[in-house]
Design a protein around this ligand. Structure first.
Ligand code: SF4
Length: 211
């Protein structure tokens, strides 16, 4: 059973003391931020600056943040290492630049909104709208995915309906946009995330909780 995203948002916010949303400024993130801000305009928007983003992503982040007056919080690795994906591995690079800074920051919040959707990949097919998420160290927070049941078409329809400009990289054929070295246009038209990591992996690790 699925619930309207607005209901998921208001219910989760009512129970939250320190909510936040993570955003990579892809279409679904910006749409969810738009929905969330209607209820909580000052919600912290956590952005992972991996040091490997497309310049277009950073410019778009700044444009939307300024236009919407976002409470933007930029997270960075304690010891960034540009090119670690090549020098060592994408696992090490994602761990250093994404997983560690994000999980460290999330420990300061109790409700984490994310724009994950079930149809994005097989790894997300069983996503729940609301579920506990355990961080390294044992702290458990609540991860909320109000758009879990939405399709890409739903996201784009919402953006069009609300005149939300989207990241210009979509116009170049990208369907899932992360760091520049690890993002290409999809090689499988049926799998929008197939352009990530040259198809070697599906997830960077920020949605995989501690055992
Ligand atoms: S997506 Fe690529 S460049 Fe970005 S943190 Fe992961 S391995 Fe590094």
């Amino acid at each position: 059973m699925t619930t309207d995203p607005r209901t998921v948002i208001t219910t989760a916010l009512a129970a939250a003391e320190r909510p936040c949303i993570t955003s990579s400024f892809q279409a679904e993130c910006v749409v969810l931020t738009h929905l969330l801000r209607q209820v909580r305009p000052d919600v912290p928007v956590l952005f992972l600056d991996t040091f490997h983003h497309f310049p277009q992503t950073l410019a778009y982040r700044d444009e939307i943040s300024a236009a919407w007056g976002l409470n933007l919080i930029t997270l960075q690795a304690q010891s960034p290492s540009v090119g670690l994906w090549q020098a060592e591995s994408t696992e090490a690079c994602c761990r250093r630049h994404k997983v560690e800074p994000l999980f460290s920051a999330l420990a300061g919040y109790d409700v984490w909104f994310t724009a994950l959707r079930r149809d994005q990949s097989a790894s997300r097919a069983n996503l729940q709208e609301v579920e506990p998420f355990t961080l390294p160290g044992g702290t458990t927070i609540t991860r909320v995915a109000p758009l879990a049941a939405w399709t890409a078409r739903d996201v784009w329809a919402y953006a069009t309906q609300h005149d939300i400009p989207l990241l210009p990289l979509y116009e170049a054929g990208y369907t899932s946009i992360g760091c520049e070295p690890c993002t290409t246009v999809p090689f499988d038209p049926e799998n929008p995330r197939s352009g990530r990591w040259q198809g070697e992996k599906l997830e960077c690790g920020i949605h995989i909780q501690a055992k």
